[in-house]
Design a protein around this ligand. Structure first.
Ligand code: SAM
Length: 350
């Protein structure tokens, strides 16, 4: 596992007399990327994600509470904030949140990189207001580009047209690059690989295939259901030869490809067949204000509880630093004794 030497302290440019710690775990990984779930509710019941029998299980907090916590993370070196859920566009006050995030500055004095992960159902109307509030870019989850399969997966009739309109509105609003994430399940939607390749080329979006992880509410996952990176590349090559593109950053999760003619971009995120934990720069905050140091953590850490008990900003920062230090080295998917995490994906915030 490639791990950089620890650099625990730097000077904050705006506060030359104080020394500010940048978040780094005990394995030497710099933590710069925060994902915040702003609601546990979702308007889709994707069959590989939710059982369809239960709704939200955890509380959601006020926008002011999320801002208070995010501010402390940013003061410790977070540079990217991704809003997620549940379904984040169900929060009416998301525009206020983004507007406030836009005004924050990283430790280097730069604006935050603000991104959103959404199922896109409500995006057509919201894309332009989100852009105006200060959102940089959007990732839309789509597990098929065929309306019938799409509705079968989401369990919401007519959902495909809404999401397609959302993707197009996001492009028009300049929420670029628009990324479309597809979780592939063997025998279920793996016939969509080539269709998604065409979609990327026709719509001018980056399509990213994600290997299915054991993070579902029910019991769907097995190694056989995972469509691994190598197989996806083979299928793409059968459609049209692909060539690799350089990674944008060392902690980028996706392997990037384009086609021989340079049109279209495909990313493959392969946490199961080719894990990238050694370069993980992420930390998560759940809708009820708990820190999760890994998608596969067995417990979470109650940051909101620190503040609710009248903790100061300093208490919150100490709590964050101590929690991040103990971030897990890696996940153990597929190994004997693997335990599913204490929350499933929809209740963590993907
Ligand atoms: N509702 C938003 C959305 O649909 O993008 C945000 C939350 S959703 C849980 C975030 C992402 O997690 C979606 O792209 C979904 O496909 C993905 N996801 C859910 N369960 C997964 C699993 N078991 N393995 C990999 N990705 C998963």
């Amino acid at each position: 596992m490639a791990i950089a030497a620890p650099i625990p302290e730097i000077m904050h440019p705006d506060a030359p007399d104080s020394v500010v710690a940048r978040l780094r775990d005990k394995h030497g990984r710099a933590i710069t990327d925060l994902r915040v779930s702003i609601t546990d509710r979702c308007n889709y019941k994707c069959v590989y994600c939710r059982t369809g029998e239960s709704g939200a299980q955890y509380a959601e907090l006020s926008i002011a509470d999320y801002l208070r916590m995010i501010r402390e993370f940013v003061g410790l070196g977070i540079e990217k904030v991704r809003l997620t859920g549940g379904e984040p566009l169900l929060r009416k006050d998301i525009l206020t949140l983004i507007h406030e995030l836009r005004a924050m500055r990283t430790l280097d004095g730069d604006p935050l990189d603000i991104a959103l992960t959404t199922n896109g159902h409500l995006l057509a109307k919201l894309a332009q207001p989100l852009r105006e509030a200060g959102l940089d870019r959007v990732t839309v989850s789509m597990d098929a580009v065929d309306p019938t399969t799409f509705a079968r997966i989401t369990r919401v009739p007519g959902s495909y047209g809404k999401v397609l309109a959302g993707v197009r509105a996001a492009k028009r609003a300049g929420l670029e690059p628009v990324k479309v994430n597809c979780v592939l399940l063997r025998g279920f939607n793996d016939d969509q690989i080539v269709e998604f390749a065409k979609f990327s080329r026709d719509e001018g979006v980056i399509v990213r295939f994600i290997e299915f992880m054991p993070l579902e509410e029910g019991r769907v996952w097995s190694p056989d259901v995972v469509v691994p990176l190598r197989e996806i590349v083979t299928r793409l090559n059968e459609f049209m030869p692909v060539r690799t593109l350089e990674a944008n950053t060392v902690s980028e999760t996706a392997r990037r490809y384009t086609f021989a003619d340079g049109v279209g971009e495909i990313g493959i995120i392969a946490p199961v067949s080719q894990p990238f934990c050694g370069h993980c720069s992420r930390i998560r905050l759940t809708s009820d204000g708990k820190i999760r140091t890994c998608l596969f953590s067995q417990s979470d850490h109650d940051l909101y509880g620190v503040l609710a008990r009248d903790g100061s900003a300093e208490d919150a920062r100490d709590f964050i630093v101590r929690t991040v230090e103990h971030k897990e080295a890696r996940h153990h998917i597929g190994e004997p004794g693997f335990l599913k995490p204490s929350r499933s994906m929809v209740h963590i915030g993907g």
